[in-house]
Design a protein around this ligand. Structure first.
Ligand SMILES: [Zn+2]
Length: 398
């Protein structure tokens, strides 16, 4: 058909073969051969500005969060807004390639002149045809260890108020930190997404935040409940539900950073995703970091985060098929609860005929379609030569 791209045999949500027609001026027919498609992915927790910074920061020798923060902070303040923007854009290109067209970016309010926040907001506008971005004003080293006025200014221009009570010097300051972000939330009518209870030792910061008057809350990480006692966790989960708060987990980074002070048996620092879901809490996932001192691997593929969550939580195959919601439906619920700006309805076609196949091969995505245009494409191929025959290895697992 003239002026159109037709993508045939797309298996939407794994339930129905259909065609996708794009009026994009091309005259092309592409056969998706039954590949499975979903609404495009959300990465609900990422630090774009320091992705791909490992070469400059050097390796995190201790593997701890503190060393990661120190290493990044040294580089951060030497970068101009323009340099930060370039870094953010590079990371976004990888996210888009991997089927993510909605990103919640935590921009560091401790950066010199809040340059990280300014850079994120400018990129949000410049890249809006390719990706939706929520900018969180995130105090990486705490509010009171940095500049409180600058933090407040960052909060005013950002979409969401961030937090990190563990970044303060003691528990009292951590509580004051939560009181401040709660009062800003009420004053500015903005929601909160706080890094919270991010270590292995139980703290009570989540409980404290949930007990304050504020707007909608998302709890990022919440790793310490991995190690806390069941009675307390069950009480906390009741409180999370009562406040209709979301939990955002970043398996790749937490599995790398947590448990660093343990011998064996070692706590692995993932929040209780399976339990939270079974008790009706909205859980979404983030990639958090890639190729930086917080997590030295990865390339912006949120499917890797889902894969690790499935493994660490020992989800069975049936659960795993439903857990795609953690990067689609559940993430969208959190997105719309936290801001009034609606995410664009885009499509990702996986290079797999089932979610099980996708989680087995971790293949890059076949196609990403945004606002009626193909914005990313890849096509896995491979051959194994055995005597006189050539075998496509992917045919063996489909
Ligand atoms: Zn984070």
């Amino acid at each position: 058909m003239r002026g159109m791209t037709i993508i045939k045999n797309v298996n939407m949500l794994g339930v129905k073969l259909s065609n996708i027609t794009l009026t994009d001026g091309a005259n092309t027919v592409i056969d998706a051969e039954g590949r499975i498609a979903f609404p495009s992915f959300f990465d609900m927790h990422i630090h774009l500005e320091n992705a791909l910074s490992l070469r400059e920061t050097g390796e995190n020798d201790s593997g701890t969060l503190n060393e990661a923060v120190e290493r990044w902070a040294k580089i951060r303040d030497s970068l101009s807004v323009e340099e930060l923007k370039n870094r953010i854009k590079k990371a976004l290109i990888l996210e888009i390639f991997n089927g993510v067209t909605h990103v919640r970016n935590h921009a560091d309010t401790c950066s010199k002149n809040i340059n990280s926040v300014k850079a994120s907001l400018e990129v949000k506008e410049e890249m809006k045809d390719f990706v939706d971005i929520q900018v969180v004003a995130f105090p990486e080293q705490g509010i009171f260890n940095c500049n409180e006025d600058e933090f407040k200014r960052a909060v005013e221009i950002s979409d969401i108020i961030g937090g990190k009570p563990d970044g303060e010097d003691n528990e009292d300051l951590g509580k004051k930190h939560l009181e401040l972000i709660s009062s800003l939330s009420l004053k500015l009518n903005k929601s909160i997404d706080s890094h919270i209870d991010q270590g292995d030792e139980p703290t009570r910061f989540s409980e404290y935040l949930l007990g304050l008057r504020n707007g909608h809350i998302a709890l990022s990480h919440l790793t310490s409940i991995h190690s806390d006692n069941d009675e307390y966790v069950s009480r906390l989960i009741r409180l999370i539900k009562k406040r209709n708060a979301s939990v955002i987990s970043s398996p790749l980074t937490t599995v790398f950073l947590n448990g660093r002070f343990d011998k064996y048996p070692k706590r692995r620092g993932l929040t209780r995703i399976k339990q939270l879901l079974s008790e009706g809490v909205n859980v979404a996932l983030g990639h958090d970091d890639f190729q930086n001192p917080f997590f030295p691997f990865g390339f912006g593929d949120i499917i890797q985060a889902l894969w690790l969550a499935v493994l660490m939580e020992q989800a069975n195959l049936k659960d795993a098929e439903v857990w795609i919601d953690l990067i689609t439906r559940n993430a969208e619920i959190e997105w719309t609860l936290s801001t009034s700006f609606k995410p664009s309805e885009d499509i990702v076609i996986l290079d797999a005929k089932s979610l099980r196949e996708q989680l087995s091969t971790l293949s890059p995505r076949f196609m990403v379609i945004r606002k009626g245009k193909i914005i990313a494409y890849s096509n896995r191929s491979g051959e194994v030569f055995l005597n006189d025959s050539k075998i496509n290895p992917y045919d063996l697992i489909a």
